[in-house]
Design a protein around this ligand. Structure first.
Ligand code: SF4
Length: 328
């Protein structure tokens, strides 16, 4: 039997942006089994997609032995079409040849970060990642119906119950995270404006930050950072009245579910491919000449001030959320 394997090991946002590819492949060949290869900590997401027949999950660290075992398992399962949407040294080590690989546009990314003085046309714009993923499987001009959807346990989640406000205070890198003092200024403004409970969402790395922020108004703000699975976070986001988040995986969940809110972009820019694909989130960014200073994010601002995020005013964030909500 012919079998397809699609590989995207990390991170959460990148995996969520593979959902349209799975949908397209399954619609084209419903009987062809599709295996999704990813890291164990993200595996619950593709496991919930109806187009995925099997998930092969790798635990960290992924060493040579784990790759050899995976290669043998894929051969045993009869994989004869390989889609490498990760395209790193590690994925090339797994599949040295015979895989269709997502172009990484490394030169364009390098020029975006290091060649800011060059004309924009020279630096290029490879386009949003979800569209690039689809181009790899021959969809040149995907329409809105192929935007990523938030699918959890076989169900498409859409913005709905408006039970609470969701805040995502952290991100994988400091240069993608709105500073704590900004959240501290934002929270009282928010609590004046809304009656719903406020939930703080994120991973274990944000647990302490969440505790400090929740302590500002413990009766109304609940810290769920590090306490929810990815599926639970997805459901809480879909049920939010609105959301505030940075350039992080949960942004793509909120975006895919059509949740209104504000997306705060610091050291990264649209051309890197991770801006919202829908129109429910309002992007807030400060047009500084130092942006982007990295194509993924940094542990600290190289200029020491983090003005790209610090200058996004809490009042503007709240106004953007309310405007986005009104437009929904
Ligand atoms: S202020 Fe400029 S240099 Fe500092 S993190 Fe933001 S984009 Fe990078």
């Amino acid at each position: 039997m012919s079998v397809t394997a699609l590989l995207r090991l990390s991170a959460l946002g990148d995996i969520l942006l593979c959902e349209p590819v799975v949908r397209v492949l399954k619609e084209r060949e419903p009987r062809r089994p599709l295996i999704f290869v990813t890291k164990e900590r993200f595996a619950e997401i593709p496991r919930g997609w109806p187009g995925v027949d099997q998930v092969l999950a790798l635990a960290d660290p992924i060493d040579g032995r784990a790759l050899a075992k995976l290669r043998a398992e894929l051969a045993r399962l009869g994989v004869d079409r390989r889609l490498d949407l990760h395209n790193t040294l590690r994925s090339r080590r797994l599949w040295p040849c015979g895989a269709l690989r997502l172009p990484k546009h490394r030169l364009q990314k390098w020029l975006l970060v290091h060649g800011r003085a060059l004309p924009a046309a020279w630096r290029g714009d490879p386009g949003p990642l979800w569209r690039r993923n689809l181009r790899l499987v021959g969809v040149a001009e995907p329409g809105a119906e192929l935007r990523p959807r938030l699918v959890v346990d076989g169900r498409v989640l859409r913005h709905g119950a408006r039970l609470h406000v969701a805040l995502v205070p952290g991100a994988g890198f400091a240069t993608k995270s709105w500073p704590e003092e900004c959240w501290r200024e934002f929270l009282p403004l928010l609590l004046e404006q809304v009656e719903e409970p406020v939930l703080l969402l994120g991973g274990a790395a944000e647990r302490d930050l969440g505790e400090r922020l929740a302590a500002l108004a413990p009766a109304r703000v609940s810290n769920r950072c590090g306490a929810c699975s990815l599926s639970e976070s997805a459901r809480l986001l879909a049920d939010a009245r609105f959301v505030v988040c940075g350039d992080t995986g949960l942004l793509h969940m909120a975006d895919a579910a059509g949740v209104p809110g504000a997306a705060l972009f610091g050291s990264t820019v649209r051309e890197l491919g991770f801006f919202p694909s829908g129109d429910s989130l309002r992007v807030l960014e400060i047009p500084l000449s130092c942006r982007p200073c990295s194509h993924v994010g940094r542990s600290a601002c190289p200029l020491g001030h983090l003005d790209c995020l610090r200058r996004i005013a809490p009042r503007e964030v709240l106004a953007a959320c309310l405007a986005a909500e009104a437009a929904c």
